[in-house]
Design a protein. Structure first.
Lengths: 232, 363
């Protein structure tokens, strides 16, 4: 399996547009990105309005980092539209209840970052998402535990322990597996959830990449098989 | 079906009284009416009418009794009432010369069928029937010109004698039914109150025992401190933290809040935070209502783990209707919480990190 946290194949850093209404948060996220030892990503635009950011250089960014609460507006219903346009959206929010998380994933968001866990996952998430690979934060693991269908016992256990400990090394030790295998179980659970609900180009890309990486077999995808095959 | 004892007892009373009413009517008809018909057989000028009247009484009475005992429609009551008044007319036809003599047994007897037929109606229906019965007698006496003072007083005697018994029985039985219902209800209320008190006493006793235990542990620790135990000793600090968390939880248990389990965990987290531990609490799923002993079993070990945390702790709850998992991951030394009952406890320590999980499951 390819390590999803490696930089993408090109040497160019991943371009990120931040849509966030608090300047201090924009500054914080920008700092995480610029201090990344591998310089794997770069912020190309930021602002507090989806439309304004997309109208500028942000429109061509590889990844959109979207806060769900912009001023007094909750923009959950914009996620589906952005993903239908083929944009890779990482939702970044303090609203981290399973209902909200599953709603944005169902709408096609590539990943979800809860504000309390963002520091240690932000750049890794952005880099994984830029290559259409799954990235499951502990908050997403918790949400998937309440909903994800057809999980194997190992996948469920890996999700639960990841949610509890937030450390893959710790999960691996407890399950007696390698970290790579643990990540595989967790990512498989995420990919299985991508089959749920309305189709979106981002979900199709995630499934196609999962087949390419050998994370999941085409015949495990069921109704999305044709979409995935068409993308290859 | 009803499990309410007051309903069960009242139903048994009502059933007994209705069976008694049916038995009275049956004995009256088979004993008195049949004997009167047989001994006065020669008196009847139209013997067929006497036989039809006796049989009609039997049929209507049988139908009314079946409807009452088997729980049929209340609407047949007046149909039965009119049929029974037909018995009056038939006996008049059978022996026009013996309107108020024993050969005409109908006047006093028909009321017993009416008692059965109108059992589930207000008393006014039975009274109306008895008035109709009286009216037929009066009309019969006028038409047949039976009006001597002896005959009038005999008629009054027959009617009053029968009506007193019939109305008295009906009203008395219904009154008894109401009284039984009232008595059963008050007895059920008393039983419920006793059960509540017993439960409250058991909970209070249990809490008192745990308070005593906490008191003993805390007193020992305080005595050691007074005697010179070093407050900077990590073991002493951990014991103090665990005691504080338990006291806090004892208080949180009696707070009437939704999600008591989370409330109790938050109380434990609060204590840890006050010691400067960074605690994160994440919950997915809705926690079902759990009995206090299961809640305590689920939170006891995690609270011990939280109390041992040095600088960070993560508390998670994953819940569904049939399964609740509480876990604590913390930078803490290994701990040895008591083995809980009703939940499974799993724990692991890798040298720096403590992982501890309690799980309740209906499966």
């Amino acid at each position: 399996m390819t390590d999803p946290i490696e930089a993408p194949m090109t040497d160019q850093p991943v371009t990120v547009a931040i849509i966030e209404d608090h300047p201090v948060v924009v500054d914080g996220v920008t700092t995480w990105i610029t201090t990344d030892p591998g310089k794997r990503a770069a912020v190309v635009a930021s602002g507090d309005s989806i439309d304004e950011v997309l109208a500028g250089p942000g429109g061509d960014a590889d990844v959109l980092l979207l806060d769900l609460q912009l001023g007094d507006t909750v923009v959950v219903d914009r996620v589906a539209q952005l993903c239908t346009e083929g944009r890779r959206v990482v939702v970044y929010s303090a609203m981290d209840d399973p209902g909200t998380i599953l709603t944005v994933l169902e709408a096609g968001a590539s990943a979800f970052l809860s504000k309390h866990e963002a520091g240690s996952h932000c750049v890794d998430t952005i880099v994984a998402v830029a290559t259409d690979r799954p990235y499951v934060t502990p908050s997403v693991a918790g949400a998937l535990l309440t909903e994800a269908p057809h999980l194997s016992v190992q996948e469920r256990t890996a999700l639960l322990l990841w949610f509890q400990s937030m450390s893959k090394a710790s999960v691996a030790r407890r399950m007696g597996l390698s970290e790579a295998t643990v990540r595989q179980y967790i990512d498989r659970a995420r990919v299985k959830y991508a089959k749920i609900g309305r189709p979106a180009p981002t979900k199709t890309a995630l499934l196609a990449r999962a087949i390419e990486d050998g994370l999941i077999r085409a015949d495990e995808i069921g109704e999305y098989r044709s979409h995935a095959a068409g993308d290859q | 079906m009803s499990a309410d004892p007051s309903v069960v007892v009242a139903e048994r009373y009502a059933r007994g009284a209705t069976v008694a009413a049916v038995v009275i009517a049956a004995f009256w008809h088979l004993g008195y009416d049949l004997a009167a018909t047989a001994t006065n057989w020669g008196v009847y000028s139209r013997q067929w009418a006497a036989v039809v009247g006796w049989v009609l009484y039997l049929v209507v009475g049988g139908v009314a009794a079946t409807v009452l005992l088997r729980g049929g429609s209340r609407r047949v009551a007046w149909l039965a009432g009119v049929g029974t008044l037909g018995v009056d007319v038939l006996l008049l036809v059978a022996a026009p010369g013996a309107v108020v003599l024993p050969a005409n047994w109908a006047w006093g007897s028909v009321g017993w069928v009416a008692v059965i037929a109108f059992w589930r109606h207000r008393a006014a229906h039975l009274v109306a029937f008895l008035v109709a019965d009286t009216a037929i007698l009066v009309v019969g006496m006028v038409v047949l010109d039976v009006g001597s003072s002896e005959q009038v007083s005999r008629a009054i005697m027959v009617l009053l004698g029968a009506f007193t018994l019939q109305l008295g029985y009906s009203l008395g039985a219904h009154g008894l039914h109401a009284a039984a219902q009232w008595a059963a209800r008050s007895s059920a209320a008393r039983t419920a109150a006793t059960a509540h008190r017993a439960a409250a006493e058991a909970v209070a006793a249990d809490r008192a025992v745990r308070y005593q235990e906490l008191h003993r542990v805390t007193a020992t620790l305080l005595a050691e401190l007074v005697a010179g135990a070093d407050p900077s000793d990590p073991t002493v600090r951990r014991r103090a933290a665990a005691g504080a968390a338990r006291l806090r939880r004892l208080m949180a248990e009696t707070d009437d809040v939704p999600d008591s389990l989370l409330h109790e965990l938050r109380a434990g987290a609060d204590v840890a935070e006050r010691r400067g531990v960074q605690v994160s609490l994440s919950v997915v799923g809705a926690v079902p209502d759990l009995p206090v002993d299961i809640r305590r079993a689920l939170t006891e070990a995690p609270v011990v783990g939280l109390s041992a945390a040095r600088s960070t702790a993560r508390v998670t709850v994953v819940a569904s209707r049939t399964d609740v998992t509480v876990a604590v991951v913390a930078d803490a030394p290994d701990v040895h919480p008591a083995a809980p009952t009703g939940v499974t406890l799993t724990q692991d320590h890798d040298g720096t990190e403590l992982w501890l999980q309690t799980r309740w499951s209906t499966a």
